[in-house]
Design a protein around this ligand. Structure first.
Ligand SMILES: Nc1ncnc2c1ncn2[C@@H]1O[C@H](COP(=O)(O)OP(=O)(O)O)[C@@H](O)[C@H]1O
Ligand SMILES: Nc1ccn([C@@H]2O[C@H](COP(=O)(O)O)[C@@H](O)[C@H]2O)c(=O)n1
Length: 204
């Protein structure tokens, strides 16, 4: 059986990870998850002070390596993905093995921006959540989980996150097959995606 490759895009804190986790929990080891965020370049790659790194620009990720890994998974090979820390903005020394499976989910804000990556997806989902809701969720998450201060979140949002969203993320919504409103816990949309996955796993 060939793998069904699903791309889940959408703005920061729109609910991509929440949807991915719902699908992973529904199909357990039949689902492999790759996050574009694993492929962020280390902070040493950027020629600007740490507080000014633009993490929302398409060239901040080693997308070529993600494409290589995705093609290997598609061919049934195990890959060793990078491990990234949002707390230190570093790519760590360790690598984690990732096994292929019938359903491969790739998640990230910009994954539909790159044509070569986009063409690998059998199903493209854009999780759509209002900007104000996303900002509130991001403040909450970044303080609790990513070790950020309110001031750093505010500056980053205004200087890079918002303008990059408008320039690079927002246009990709029109490249998606499905746009999910109220992202994250939209039960009707989630059920439709689950049904699509079941059709792939159990064709008869
Ligand atoms: N429908 C929802 N209602 C309330 N909170 C949500 C919902 N979906 C996601 N969240 C919360 O918002 C934050 C960001 O969601 P997440 O799925 O991590 O977004 P993304 O992966 O797109 O950045 C998380 O703390 C998550 O628990
Ligand atoms: N060191 C980093 C790397 C990324 N970010 C931000 O993460 C966002 C993407 O992750 P989501 O889970 O929100 O989709 C992106 O908007 C980057 O600004 C960061 O703050 N620090």
């Amino acid at each position: 059986m060939s793998s069904l490759i699903i791309g889940i895009a959408g703005g920061t804190a729109s609910g991509k990870t929440t949807l991915t986790e719902i699908l992973k929990n529904s199909f357990k080891d039949k689902v492999t998850v790759l996050r574009h965020d694993y492929y962020y370049y280390d902070k040493s790659y950027f020629n600007v002070p740490e507080g000014q790194i633009n993490f929302d620009h398409p060239e901040s990720f080693e997308t070529g390596l993600l494409i290589e890994h995705l093609n290997k998974l598609k061919n049934g090979e195990v890959i060793y993905r990078p491990v990234y820390s949002y707390k230190t903005n570093e790519r760590l020394e360790e690598k984690k093995p990732v096994k292929p499976s019938p359903i491969i989910i790739v998640e990230g804000i910009l994954i539909f921006h790159y044509q070569e990556l986009r063409e690998l997806f059998d199903l493209k989902i854009f999780v759509d959540t209002d900007a104000d809701i996303r900002l509130i969720r991001r403040i909450d998450r970044d303080i609790k989980e990513r070790g950020r201060s309110f001031d750093s979140i505010k500056n980053q949002y205004l200087n890079t996150v918002k303008p990059m969203h408008q320039k690079y993320v927002e246009p990709t919504r029109y490249l998606a097959d499905i746009i999910i409103p109220h992202g994250g816990m939209n039960e009707i949309a989630n059920d439709l995606i689950i049904r699509k996955i079941k059709t792939h796993l159990y064709p008869d």
